[in-house]
Design a protein around this ligand. Sequence first.
Ligand code: PLP
Length: 492
Amino acid sequence: MRLMRNAAATARREETLDPEDWATLKALSHRIVDDSVAYLRDIHERPSWRPMPEDVKAFFTGPMPRKPQELDRIYRDVTEKLMPYPMGNNHPRFWSWYMGAGNYTGALGDFLAAIQGSNLGGGNHAAALLDQQVVNWCKEIVGFPVSASGTLTNGGSEANLLALTVARNVKAGVDIREHGIAAIEKPLRFYASDQVHSCHRKAVETLGLGNRALRRIPTNKDFTIDITALRQAIAKDRAKGFKPACLIATAGTVNTGAIDDLHALADLAQAEDLWFHVDGCIGALMAIAPENAYRVSGLERAQSLAFDPHKGLHAPFEAGCVLFKNAAAHRAAFAVTPEYLETMPRGLAAGAWLHEYGLQTSRGFRALKIWLALREHGIEKFGRLIDQAIAQAQYLSRRIAQEPRLELLSPATINILCFRYRPAQAKTADALKGLNIEIMLRLQEQGIATLSDTTINGQHCLRVAISNHRTRTSDLDLLLSELLRVGAELTS
Ligand SMILES: *Cc1c(COP(=O)(O)O)cnc(C)c1O
């Protein structure tokens, strides 16, 4: 019986995912590279976005494949059904929300990272060293000391979550990892402006502190946090028996790009014994932009800082980063060494366990795409590109201010501005909102430009965020002429 089973096992053909015919796969790979180069090279000629036809939508509801299919055939589906319908953030006229525009070298980095295949959970291998080198470069970019600690994350949301976790644990006054939030004596309070990114709400909720623990402080006319109001809120909370624990400054808000007064907040955090965190997902990288670096002075005083290489460094998604001045506090929040992850004196397990610095155990090799592009271009070019984007936004801002049919609601101080189409015949707020949404949607659907919208001071507006190295001034001129054309069509 036993013998028979062994025989059956030998008779079974052993399988692998490697191809039987490497030459065919190689030829297809070359074609994919050729197509990819053309895809990015000719991106200016394609629409900024296009709606998907019904058959394309239906295609993605097809059944799970049970049997093999020809890779050639599958790639044809990719070229026909996937590649023509991107989000479009790589396109020169994509200015929605706040993203990066990717880069070809970064894409090669993702490919090579997958081929080399290392898991960045840790270990004694080159990818782990490269990952740490990129984290060290990140410290240098924002003026943190080499003794600081940090990790690459999947984005700014995770970076902020990790930072707020450390802040909570340090300020809890109890061993929160062991006893949980129920053991906290005085409920913790975190502070940020009412312009704070929504990921902080998710973070305090996830951390078990609850949405109300995040106090939204009113903002000044320029959308920076009102420091007098902040002081009062802290004092009031203390009087009520809460424990003010953490101050979150935003260096570049999503709505308008406002940068809180970092030095004043650093001083206040120190005086009030609060953890000082800076959400620099939009603005931190301005530290390398010669003409605008002064705007984020004070960043280096943060105890923790979150920023986003997949925004300002245009790393293909995903790549975020969080840094901590207090390396021990960072590790103390996440380190767990189970019996199967003991460090060895030699061999593969002799390296640092990088999973001790965040939530992921297995982690992708996202450092390579950043490393390649930084080496290819040098950090100075990325700084100049940030200055360029800000100059472009300021140009657009000036042109909008000169155009009687457009109303500027928040001029570009950095690379974000808000405005609306406002025809002479006065309209109600609702009608104006409807009109502007329709303009935005038509610009998207006609493949002209991708804008988003928001509401500031209770007023609905269109929003342009230029974090795009492919944008040219002529693209902005086109936006204006087309926007006025569509506006006129809709109001005639
Ligand atoms: C983009 C952004 C985030 C979230 O970052 P993701 O990379 O999208 O997770 C957080 N804060 C600010 C200010 C942002 O602009």
